[in-house]
Design a protein around this ligand. Structure first.
Ligand SMILES: O=C(O)CC[C@@H](O)C(=O)O
Length: 323
């Protein structure tokens, strides 16, 4: 069987290669960025291991040998899962890594915003030694924390942050009442934006959530303003609306680990906004989480070859004869 690592941030994906080769795969490493790159490299491949390369309906149509796709991470938004289902292709993700990294990154962004850390730092470096120069700073203990999405990462972020805040308001339309955390106010999305002083997004990107943070939602924030953190996917936010809300003061600051287009153009206004903190899609990253991720990313493919079904399947494909 043949496996293609479509794209990787590693100089040498040795962990993946060793696991795959030991299971009998012939491994190719590509540098695919576009749909056309994936189509060119994936001919004759049985399995694709994908980081950011787009796996579109056209890829499924043009590469009928592909029967399994493993995504390097939790989000599968770079893969057309409807087309995968239509073509009987398995799609797996790695749902159980970065449980510490993403929440602590979200919290770092949140507290940096609330305490104006990066803004102060910039001022000090430019020769201004004045704690009041960056504007109003409110007491966190009097604030309401807003969490959008109470899945594994949203919930852990909420639990870690909670002791610092007076109140927590959350939105999760899929969480049944008996699983709802005690003491957390169950709200609509609009209510979270009305009530919270600091909001963290923890949602997958799909057709229902694309641009969920738009001008209309941001207009729910009262005049006192709120802070917003996104460590999920850039496509959740309409970035023009976010910039307008920063300028109007409805958003007092934003911490974005993810952007609709990554990396952004160097002259993108979000990179030059004084009240924005931007990190390079780094929330998932630590030495330990990446080792765990890379191992599980490859093991999904190895297990699929051995058992004919893929673990952590987001899309169930055709069951193959076991090897
Ligand atoms: O693969 C990456 O580089 C990041 C993965 C992360 O965004 C995820 O979806 O878990």
């Amino acid at each position: 069987m043949r496996a293609l690592i479509t794209d990787t941030e590693m100089a040498d994906p040795d962990i993946e290669r060793k696991l795959l080769e030991a299971a009998g795969f012939e491994v190719t490493v590509g540098h695919c960025k576009t749909e056309a790159d994936v189509i060119a490299c994936a001919q004759g491949m049985d399995a694709l291991l994908v980081t950011y390369a787009p796996v579109t309906a056209a890829v499924f149509a043009a590469c009928p040998s592909v029967r399994m796709i493993s995504r390097h991470g939790i989000g599968v938004d770079s893969i057309d899962t409807d087309a995968a289902l239509e073509h009987g292709v398995w799609v797996s993700n790695v749902p159980d890594y970065g449980y510490d990294e993403v929440p602590t990154h979200a919290i770092s962004l949140l507290f940096s915003l609330l305490r104006h850390i990066t803004f102060h730092d910039r001022q000090v470096r430019s020769g201004v030694w004045n704690f009041a120069q960056t504007g109003r700073i409110d007491r966190i203990a009097d604030m309401t924390l807003g969490i959008v999405g109470l899945g594994r990462l949203g919930r852990f972020t909420m639990e870690l942050c909670r002791p610092f805040f007076k109140h927590v308001a959350a939105f999760d339309p899929f969480l049944p009442d008996d699983k709802w955390p005690a003491g957390v106010e169950k709200c609509s999305l609009e209510e979270v934006f009305q009530k919270a002083n600091a909001i963290s997004l923890h949602l997958p990107l799909n057709a229902d959530t694309r641009h969920i943070v738009n001008q209309q939602l941001l207009s729910c924030i009262p005049e006192r303003g709120a802070y917003l953190v996104n460590t999920s996917r850039g496509g959740l936010t309409d970035l023009d609306a976010v910039l307008a809300a920063l300028d109007s003061g409805r958003l007092r600051g934003v911490g974005l680990d993810v952007l609709p287009v990554e990396p952004p153009a160097p002259d993108h206004p979000i990179l030059h906004h004084p009240r924005a903190i931007v990190t390079p899609h780094a929330a998932f990253y630590s030495t330990e989480s990446v080792l765990d991720l890379r191992h599980k990313f490859a093991v999904n493919v190895v297990a699929w070859k051995r058992e004919g079904v893929a673990p952590n399947a987001v899309v169930r494909g055709h069951v193959a004869a076991t090897a």
